[in-house]
Design a protein around this ligand. Sequence first.
Ligand SMILES: [Zn+2]
Ligand SMILES: [Zn+2]
Length: 178
Amino acid sequence: MYLCLRCFYVSPRESALCGRCGRGLGGRRCPKLHKSPPSALVCTRCGSPDLTQAAPCLPLTWLAQSLAAGLVMLGLRFLIGHFPLVFCATCRASAAIPAWLFQTTPMVVWNTCLRLVTWLALLWTFSHFLPGESGQKLRSAMGWALKGLWRLGSRVTSWLWRTLIAPRPVKKEQGQKP
Ligand SMILES: [Zn+2]
Ligand SMILES: [Zn+2]
């Protein structure tokens, strides 16, 4: 798409001449539509003196692409500039699901998580002061518990993912049959 800067008419991408004022887009055109520079007096390819006027034009696809690129850059800039804000929003959203599951507020979930982490850290530190192998046993038990929690979390996430995505493959199969 080209915008004629003389009459501000938008012509399709493959057009050589402006659809309203008939000027050559980006250069002068002979009857065979060869493109010559705006300063040419005869066609630079066939020598025809019958040239249209030239009109400066703006390629709109390029403009749209650069606008899209600019928007992406602005979005990235916003994300980087407001990273703590975005991070907080993500954390709040991730706390909202357990809060909904346990019918509490996200703040309670956060406090519980923080308390749990603090207790685990304290227990971890404490395990180093235990005599003999009992400290190591405690640490390995904690490791197992954390692994189990992680597995449970990932299983719940994948289950949620599957239940949310599940209708899609059914639709695809239906679409492929006819
Ligand atoms: Zn025009
Ligand atoms: Zn020509």
